[in-house]
Design a protein around this ligand. Sequence first.
Ligand code: HAM
Length: 424
Amino acid sequence: MALSVQAVRGMNDLLPADTARWQQAEQVLRDTVASFGYSEVRMPLLEKTNLFSRAIGEVTDVVEKEMYTFEDRSGESLSLRPEGTAGCVRACLEHNLIYNQEQRLWYMGPMFRHERPQKGRYRQFHQLGVEVFGLNGPDIDAEIILLSKTLWDKFGISDNLKLQLNTLGTSEERLAYRQNLVSYLEQHFDDLDEDSKRRTHTNPLRVLDSKDPKTGEILVNAPQLMDFLGAESRAHFDNLRQILESCGVAYEINPRLVRGLDYYNLTVFEWVTDALGAQGTVCGGGRYDGLVAELGGSPTPAVGFGLGLERLILLLTTLEKLHERNAVDIYVVGAGDNAAVEQAKLSLRLRSDLPHARIMNHCGGGNFKKQFRRADKLQAKAAVILGESELATGTLTVKDLHAGDGTQQTLPYAEAVALLKSLL
Ligand code: HAM
């Protein structure tokens, strides 16, 4: 049987045209988190399985059905990370980064979930994650929301993203609410969709997230968590809203926003767009003050978000916010007996004198016509010609490939470099 050489379903290659766009987006993300004073962490893609079941919750879609879990050669159960928060907390605890100290951290990289692939939903996808430890006020919740808003502003997509906000209160407040919600759902049990029936007794808050229209109708009159909040939780939420409003961030309160992972409390939020079809959540996060202790650390307040890079880049591409970018500025062509040696030497010298230019040396010989065709195909801005006469006179010929009129000038090296600089 022939070997199948196709990628795994839901896992995408990024080809040169894609990576040019990804790099532009990633640069804005990196610059922005740096401008808020956040530091990068890099965690392994594999962790012990129980880290995720413990952190994310046993009764969540991610843990129940979406993890890539396997036994390694020593019989230990490992999983590809479905998200970054659990691993980030694990790393912070292991290296003692958060005991009695604040941390503002970010990471970027692939995550893995065995979901049904469709536009905007993949089995390997990428997130920018931001996690803050050691701060419990609404000011830091506001800060990470403002950070995300800064990203949309820089990309020019603020008009296409809406902020949804909710509060999940404390675990005690949720417990009281949960009992009320369960009795309400039980009264309407027969009309619930199958998933919601199952969740009514395992993870009832997740029923609020149901996309089923009939369940949706039932939920209109369901009790609301907001009515079960104590004074402190209310004040936290009100203060957050006040900061957002003062900074001009519009939001909508969505009492059904509960998020798919179990570690959240108080503030939760999502940025959604209607430009991408069903997978419209570009960024989501919230507070998770219980997780550090749950994973064995001392109680430490925490808040963060995850931003889906595929969805962001789909949106940026749909809205034509990224430019096409070729790979080469200057193409070095040549002729003569010793062309290979001379071109290689010249290209190295040019790269050292023009460190920001992207300089490609023509390889493989051929006449000038063929060499210029390559330069045009690469959309290079200029060609540098090193022929017999240039070699003999110690000059270079520089051709402006974007001028379209075929102008070229033969100049001594230093002047040629100056001309190239002006053409970049
Ligand atoms: P999440 O909501 O599961 O949160 O994922 C965050 C974002 O990752 C989503 O809004 C979406 O843009 C993207 N995403 C999730 N699944 C897929 C997929 N299958 N294909 C493409 N994109 C996807 C978290 O992961 C939390 N760790 C966020 C967080 C950090 N909360 C606090 N700190």
